[in-house]
Design a protein around this ligand. Structure first.
Ligand code: 9WN
Length: 432
């Protein structure tokens, strides 16, 4: 191993150590003080390379706040830290009979990468992981059961998200058509105070108009006591999201493998994973552009906005060989893979798209988790040249610029939170 890589590995471990609270790992020091769901899964993937007990602790801590109906909240609050909006009082999760009695959480979810993380740990630890798996397996199963039961009422194999935050790609231009359509009168906008814009450059963060809509949706859900049937009837935001369903499909397959390891029946997970893959290829595949698109259940139309998440089904092995080839061509053509022109891969949104911004959150910047999903996807399909290139540029980006939350795809400059945990964790997964 090269000297520079050894230094980078040491630094990455220091970032995770710095964010470790004793019970869980913060995504970033000031901006994100609580525990976030998909962050913890990705962080656990990094830990499993060198600190397996931490990897297990991270996931178990998160799942201790799972709701009684299986919902895994996107944030588990640490009441010791108050400076984050929306906080405990804005969510009012206690209004749901399903929320936990002894933990404080949000009331939305995030992409389900947890079974994938648990399988990574099992692969590293083997039989030593058995006690951890025995505890986590029923909780993972309840989480996936919740998604297919509550979020896929028609039994299509595609689950819906009901808030942009559930996609993990909060203010992606994918949501613009829906959010613009949500015309709110001043009385409908709840009173709130943001906590993010004085911590990092407001230019990097979502606009106030987007936050008004995020806040509105939360209060709408709380008003219904988080009753899913009521929310389904009334939420203006109801989307079958490519990223979420691709990661769920992969997680179902990984859960099936865990079931086999534990001597449990894997059949229901295998059946559901296959159904989701079929539904994505049937309903969300855009043959003309060689990518997958989100589907807006309210308007009954595909959302024709092209984002990096459209290529994430590669991570789950959903496209066949021909589709995968056409996805590769599409990435190069649409400004997601500007390798040949010396550009930095992979922008989170089409560099030639109307909503592109090189600095604003999910509207163009490079995110290390998206790169990691794509890298593993390229490897899976034998796209060696692209995988090697993505690996090398991802490592170089972090080595030269730091452990940032996201990076300008034109200049490489880091933005958002510094000392960002999943940047460190996924880099460790690539380097170790
Ligand atoms: C809202 C923690 C989270 C990530 C999300 C990212 C951002 C939160 C925020 O930070 O979202 O959940 O306050 O902006 O978009 O993917 O999990 O790192």
């Amino acid at each position: 191993m090269e000297h520079l890589d050894r230094i980078l590995i040491r630094q990455a471990k220091m970032v995770l150590e710095f964010n470790w609270t004793g019970e869980y790992t913060r995504p970033g020091p000031r901006l994100y003080p609580h525990q976030w769901s998909w962050d913890s899964a990705l962080i656990s993937i990094g830990y499993s390379r060198y600190a397996p007990e931490r990897a297990a602790q991270e996931l178990l801590h998160l799942f201790r706040s799972q709701w009684k109906n299986g919902l895994l909240p996107h944030v588990v609050f640490d009441p010791g830290f108050s400076e984050y909006f929306p906080g405990i009082g804005f969510w009012d999760a206690h209004l749901s009979p399903d929320s936990p009695d002894d933990h404080q959480t949000s009331g939305v979810v995030q992409p389900p990468v947890h079974a994938t993380a648990a399988l990574e740990l099992y692969r590293r630890l083997g039989e030593d992981a058995r006690p951890f798996l025995t505890e986590l397996f029923p909780k993972l199963a309840a989480w996936h059961d919740y998604l297919y039961r509550e979020r896929d009422p028609e039994g299509e194999g595609l689950v819906y998200i009901r808030h942009p935050w559930e996609s993990g790609m909060d203010n992606s231009p994918i949501w613009d058509p829906i959010l613009l359509g949500m015309q709110l009168s001043p009385e409908e906008i709840p009173a709130y105070q943001r906590a993010d814009t004085h911590i990092v450059d407001p230019e990097d963060r979502p606009e106030m108009s987007a936050y008004d809509r995020y806040a509105y949706l939360i209060r709408l859900f709380a008003g219904y006591g988080y009753d899913e049937a009521e929310i389904r009837n009334s939420s203006p935001f109801l989307v079958q999201n490519v990223l979420f369903n691709a990661l769920l499909c992969r997680a179902e397959r990984d859960l099936a493998e865990l079931a086999r390891a534990l001597g449990e029946d894997p059949t229901r997970f295998e059946i559901r994973a296959a159904k989701t893959a079929r539904a994505m290829n049937g309903k969300l595949w855009d043959e003309k552009h060689g990518t997958y698109l989100d589907y807006d259940l309210r308007s009954g139309t595909l959302i024709r906005v092209y984002a990096a998440s459209g290529y994430l089904p590669l991570f789950a092995g959903i496209p066949d060989g021909n589709q995968a080839q056409s996805m590769l061509r599409s990435m190069e053509h649409h400004g997601f893979y500007p390798a040949k022109s010396g550009g930095i891969c992979a922008p989170s949104y089409d560099m030639y798209g109307y909503g592109f911004s090189p600095v604003q959150y999910w509207r163009g910047p490079v995110w290390i988790n998206i790169n990691w999903f794509l890298l593993r996807g390229f490897e899976r399909y034998g796209f060696t040249e692209q995988a090697d290139h993505l690996r090398a540029t991802t490592i170089r980006l972090v080595r030269d610029r730091g452990f940032y939350e996201y990076f300008n795809p034109l200049t490489g400059r880091g933005h958002g939170s510094d000392f960002f945990s999943w940047t460190a964790a996924l880099l460790l997964d690539v380097l170790l």
